[in-house]
Write a protein that binds this ligand. Structure first.
Ligand SMILES: Cc1cc2nc3c(=O)[nH]c(=O)nc-3n(C[C@H](O)[C@H](O)[C@H](O)COP(=O)(O)OP(=O)(O)OC[C@H]3O[C@@H](n4cnc5c(N)ncnc54)[C@H](O)[C@@H]3O)c2cc1C
Ligand SMILES: *[C@@H]1O[C@H](CO)[C@@H](O)[C@H](O)[C@H]1NC(C)=O
Ligand SMILES: *[C@@H]1O[C@H](CO)[C@@H](O)[C@H](O)[C@H]1NC(C)=O
Ligand SMILES: *[C@@H]1O[C@H](CO)[C@@H](O)[C@H](O)[C@H]1NC(C)=O
Ligand SMILES: *[C@@H]1O[C@H](CO)[C@@H](O)[C@H](O)[C@H]1NC(C)=O
Ligand SMILES: *[C@@H]1O[C@H](CO)[C@@H](O)[C@H](O)[C@H]1NC(C)=O
Ligand SMILES: *[C@@H]1O[C@H](CO)[C@@H](O)[C@H](O)[C@H]1NC(C)=O
Ligand SMILES: *[C@@H]1O[C@H](CO)[C@@H](O)[C@H](O)[C@H]1NC(C)=O
Ligand SMILES: *[C@@H]1O[C@H](CO)[C@@H](O)[C@H](O)[C@H]1NC(C)=O
Ligand SMILES: *[C@@H]1O[C@H](CO)[C@@H](O)[C@H](O)[C@H]1NC(C)=O
Length: 556
């Protein structure tokens, strides 16, 4: 859908020579990375830093202004900003598709970013460190909190973030924060903290605070503005956009290259990019598409492979398939519940793409300040619900406006997610055309709904008389809430698009992130993560740093 092109724009870049040799296009690479999401970019930066000749192939097109992205509302005319750069335009991605930032249905049956930066170019920028207990409880040896310390430090040093994004130093839209603080801190025993404080033995238990965002200078930052920039400065690094990888070419257990779809009507349907002898291919296509890339490469559930092989989508003969049902299995997204809350003391705020309030537009344009310097979230909090031996992570994030049927001024929306430790998982399958289609299977295990209901029940018990829930009764029992959260409505059973865990360590990939059954093919992205207590972007970058440490150690 995008022409094959090399990312250039205002970035310093090593221009990729598109010379075509017999089977392989151009030189062979030490490392080819499929996908420029946060994981792919971290991996590319560290691999090129280690002296490896590195190529990233991204199927999507430009996003941030600095990458050539130009989609934006008129009020940004004359600036060096695209819609991606302005944090306050976050929610417009759900209603306005200008710029082709999200994956089209021919590529993916889900709402994700398919552009430079992956979903970090379209997300809210919430940037939260997972608690130490996530690594210790849900990751294998070599990935425990103590093992993750260097990776955590590297991400914290390289990726800027802030919980006070407005450049005039003032906090905006704080009436919702104050109401939530009175409720949760004064009433329900949460501690008000800096939400990423304490890197070494990090906790997200009974804490409340200002959201941390990966912004800089009042604009969206993220790996495209940090890690990708240092990679682009290296002569051995190249980045191609408009390059959709169909499958990995392999000789039995050795990956030799990737096949990229030619969308420009060239002579051949595909172009092959090859790795050197001893080179590596790293799939960082995200938790839904990495399983698809593996399946099209003849690695996955034999039943799915049989199906798509009849569509001609697999080039590897069946005796060389790696039949592994763990590919795509146990994919996870957070089940979401929206609770509408009203108080006379709250001023709701609506963000707008093209009709922003003139004073807020000017504040942003003149000094990168005001409501447009952040996405709409004003507070976040976490608790851990104990169920027998199990601990279930639960998160609340409060937005600046109402939703659906509740828009009266004074209304704000609390998103409640189940996060870590749940037992219900979905699966990444392929549709009749072979395109990835995830299911989420929320609350298949009823204890998951009970955990979320218990969290809501606990905090509702502390609601002050001034703050009223509008779409669910304050005096609901845990049973009422269990039924409510697990019954479909515009407020319940929602996906938040935080997909992870579809190619897990030790079953789909080994502890070095190497695809089981292959010698030099890896998956490094949200696929290999266990479900985290926090929104996944920061955790995914930490995982990528750790995976690189382990992959480079294989050279020794
Ligand atoms: C609307 C939305 C809001 C979110 N909000 C937050 C938030 O505020 N905070 C947070 O922490 N997380 C948030 N997330 C989730 C977070 O952005 C993701 O967890 C994270 O981006 C996953 O990173 P990744 O590297 O695994 O893959 P992705 O970000 O999915 O990147 C994968 C990239 O690979 C490319 N690709 C895929 N297949 C191919 C192929 N075959 N060939 C070439 N390229 C390919 C894709 O185009 C894409 O650019 C949000 C997600 C969405 C969709
Ligand atoms: C097309 O493929 C053939 C056979 O692999 C190759 O020889 C030729 O160079 C390719 N042409 C182009 C334009 O890629
Ligand atoms: C570039 O890559 C080649 C091939 O791996 C390597 O020999 C060379 O040292 C690298 N150069 C730099 C500056 O990293
Ligand atoms: C902004 O730029 C667009 C595209 O160039 C143009 O169509 C539009 O009229 C401009 N709007 C204003 C207010 O200048
Ligand atoms: C964006 O997508 C639409 C619909 O698929 C397509 O017609 C258009 O050419 C694309 N725009 C760009 C800039 O690629
Ligand atoms: C980490 O903090 C937890 C409490 O949050 C405590 O129980 C544990 O002992 C601490 N671990 C280390 C290694 O300091
Ligand atoms: C295989 O294809 C058939 C027919 O389209 C479908 O019913 C079945 O669910 C598919 N199996 C898998 C595992 O996707
Ligand atoms: C994988 O499964 C397919 C379908 O059942 C079978 O034909 C093939 O022989 C299997 N391959 C291997 C290597 O086991
Ligand atoms: C926000 O938008 C909704 C829906 O368009 C509208 O009903 C409401 O009055 C707006 N609220 C404010 C505070 O502007
Ligand atoms: C909740 O309160 C309402 C009246 O405010 C009452 O009708 C209802 O029975 C109560 N429900 C429960 C479960 O206590």
């Amino acid at each position: 859908m995008f022409g094959l092109k090399v990312l250039s724009a205002v970035l310093p870049i090593a221009i990729l020579e598109l010379t075509v040799s017999a089977a392989c296009s151009g030189d062979a690479w030490d490392v080819i990375i499929v996908g420029s999401g946060p994981a792919g970019i971290v991996v590319a930066d560290r691999m090129s830093e280690a002296g490896k000749k590195t190529l990233i192939l991204e199927q999507g097109g430009p996003s941030y202004f600095a990458t050539g992205g130009r989609a934006r509302p008129d009020w940004l005319n004359g600036t060096e900003l695209s819609r991606v750069d302005v944090p306050g335009l976050y929610k417009s991605i759900f209603s306005n598709s200008d710029g082709n930032l999200t994956c089209p249905p021919e590529w993916l049956n889900s709402f994700q970013g398919c552009t430079v930066g992956g979903s970090t170019a379209i997300n809210a920028g919430l940037f939260f460190q997972p608690p130490a207990s996530d690594w210790d409880r849900y990751f294998p040896d070599g990935w425990k909190n103590a093992d993750m310390q260097r990776a955590i430090q590297k991400v914290r040093e390289k990726q800027t973030s802030t919980d006070n994004p407005s450049q005039d130093g003032k906090r905006y839209l704080q009436s919702g924060y104050e109401a939530a603080k009175q409720w949760l801190v004064d009433g329900a025993g949460f501690k008000e903290v800096g939400l990423n404080d304490g890197p070494q033995n990090h906790t997200k238990s009974k804490v409340f605070g200002h959201p941390v965002f990966n912004y800089e200078g009042g604009q969206r930052s993220g790996p495209v503005k940090t890690y990708l920039q240092s990679a682009l400065a290296r002569e051995n690094f190249s980045f191609m956009t408009g390059a959709r990888v169909l499958r990995v070419s392999r000789e039995v257990d050795t990956a030799i290259g990737v096949e990229v779809e030619n969308s420009d009507g060239g002579v051949n349907a595909t172009t092959e990019h090859c790795v050197t002898d001893g080179g590596r291919i790293i799939v960082s296509a995200g938790a839904i598409l990495s399983p698809q890339v593996l399946m099209w490469s003849g690695i996955g559930d034999a039943e799915i492979l049989t199906n798509i092989s009849s569509l001609g989508l697999i080039k590897t003969p069946s005796q060389d398939w790696i039949n592994n049902t763990a590919v795509g299995d146990k994919v996870f997204d957070n089940p979401n519940t929206f609770i509408e809350l009203y108080s006379d003391s709250i001023a709701s705020y609506n963000y707008s793409y093209s009709d922003s309030r003139p004073e807020d537009r000017d504040l942003y344009l003149q000094s990168r300040s005001g409501p447009y310097s952040f996405a709409s979230e004003t507070s976040a909090f976490w608790d851990i619900i104990q169920q027998d031996e199990d601990l279930v992570g639960v998160q609340g994030t409060i937005d600046s406006s109402g939703f659906q049927d509740y828009f009266e001024d004074g209304t704000i929306t609390l998103n409640v997610y189940g996060t870590s430790g749940l037992r219900s998982f979905g699966r990444v399958g392929l549709d009749a055309k072979g395109i990835a289609l995830p299911t989420s299977n929320f609350y298949a295990d009823k204890r998951d709904a009970q955990a979320v209901a218990t969290f809501i029940h606990n905090i509702f018990a502390a609601l002050p008389s001034t703050l009223k829930p509008l779409n669910i009764a304050q005096n609901s029992t845990v049973d009422d809430l269990t039924t409510w959260v697990s019954t479909y409505s515009p407020y319940t059973m929602g996906n938040v698009q935080h997909w992870s865990s579809s190619c897990r360590l030790e079953s789909c990939v080994d502890v070095d992130a190497k695809v089981i059954g292959m010698k030099n093919l890896f998956v490094v992205d949200a696929s290999i993560s266990a479900p985290l207590t926090t929104n996944p972007a920061m955790g995914t970058m930490i995982i990528a740093e750790r995976a690189v440490e382990r992959i480079l150690a294989l050279d020794a």
